[in-house]
Ligand binder design. Structure first.
Ligand SMILES: NC(=O)CC[C@H](N)C(=O)O
Length: 365
């Protein structure tokens, strides 16, 4: 096993033992606090390009299976762990994390003091980092890291290239694919929906030609302001068909309604508590988030908060005051869990039913 290092943009270095690929890579370093669910996290397109630090000290102990992927190709750039399991075992397991990472050219480092690393990120904010072998010169790594341009449109790399259909006999849903997770598709197919997944830049007219009964704006990677064309499409969709935004979908929905977004100091990856402002109940939810809707930018918009973060009052859910359109920042489908708020898919289908009944009423009047 070779010694590998994680070098952060500020020069802080962590040395450990490499597993998976020995490629050198760079990416934004963020931490994930989930105890399980590493396979879903690795394959969540919203995490594209990230180097993820696991706060859970033992990772990989149930291996990798065929059932828990959130997309076909894994998306993260690298993984940092305290200890990768040497003897993974599970009845569903097909291979170890090490062999999966080798096959997909993803480097990992084990044996890292992840408590120290996470504390550093919490204090200094998330920053770029590089996984390399220990012979590489620190100065040249830092120089390369600081000169990497901010990636603008990451969605383009993970969105569908052409529309595709997942047939069903129920509600006709169009999904704008900004980097959709399988978990969302699973929840809609479970409810019998007829789904058309379209590329992120599929325009308003083309979407309306599909006669959607509802449009879902998916989760996805990167900064929402990098895809202004989607914001324009959403502006036109509001009021014409019920909308449901998830993750990046919420950020774009907020921007389309006149709110603004900002980057969080170190993101929220894993499990976090939120409060439902309508029922006053709190729930634990799954999240992958670096950007947020700016709280006070909601003043003067037609948006109302429906969920807030219990740790820091971040905007976790929004609803339009006039039209059937709502969104959440977290992943209601879990994948990985918890699934406390999975009922939001039923709320979306309920809005769709209500909207079509109202339309019939007005056309009969
Ligand atoms: N889960 C998501 O859809 C992520 C949204 C956005 N890319 C962020 O980092 O905040």
């Amino acid at each position: 096993m070779t010694k590998q290092q994680l070098v952060l943009e500020d020069g802080t270095t962590f040395i450990g033992t490499g597993f998976g690929s020995t490629e050198s890579i760079s990416g934004e370093v963020v931490f994930y606090n989930g105890i399980t669910g590493y396979q879903e996290m690795i394959s969540d397109p919203a995490n594209a390009g990230k180097i993820i630090v696991m706060t859970q000290p033992l990772v990989g102990n149930y291996g990798i299976n065929q059932d828990d992927f959130e997309t076909l190709d894994p998306c993260i750039n690298g993984l940092i762990v305290k200890e990768v399991s040497d003897y993974p075992s599970n009845f569903r397991m097909d291979e170890s994390l090490d062999s999966f990472f080798k096959a997909h050219d993803i480097p990992g480092i084990t044996g890292v003091d992840t408590r120290k690393l996470v504390t550093h990120i919490r204090n200094q904010g998330s920053m770029k980092g590089s996984i390399t072998n220990i012979e590489s010169s620190l100065d040249s790594i830092i120089e390369t890291l600081t000169s990497i341009p901010e990636q603008t449109n990451v969605v383009e790399q993970v969105s569908a290239v052409k529309p595709y259909i997942i047939p069903g006999r129920g509600s006709r849903i169009v999904i704008i694919d900004l980097g959709i997770k399988h978990g969302i598709l699973r929840e809609l197919t479970k409810r019998g929906c007829h789904i058309t997944v379209v590329p992120y830049n599929y325009g308003f007219e083309k979407i309306m030609r599909l006669k959607p009964e509802g449009v879902l704006l998916s989760n996805g990677p990167g900064n929402p302001t990098a895809i202004p064309e989607v914001i324009e499409t959403i502006k036109e969709l509001i009021g014409k068909t019920p909308l449901f935004g998830i993750g990046l979908g919420q950020l774009l929905f907020g921007l389309a309604c006149g709110a603004s977004t900002e980057k969080l100091p170190y993101g929220q990856y894993g499990n976090y508590p939120v409060k439902d402002l309508e029922t006053n109940q709190s729930h634990l939810v799954a999240k992958s988030q670096s950007y947020t809707i700016t709280n006070n930018s909601l003043d003067g918009t037609k948006l109302e908060k429906i969920y807030i973060g219990l740790n820091d009052k971040t905007v976790e859910g929004l609803k339009h005051k006039e039209y059937p359109a709502f969104s959440v920042q977290f992943n209601p489908e879990g994948s990985p869990g918890p699934e406390d708020i999975i009922y939001l898919f039923d709320s979306f289908l309920q809005e769709i039913k209500q909207f079509s009944e109202n339309k019939e009423d007005t056309s009969n009047a």
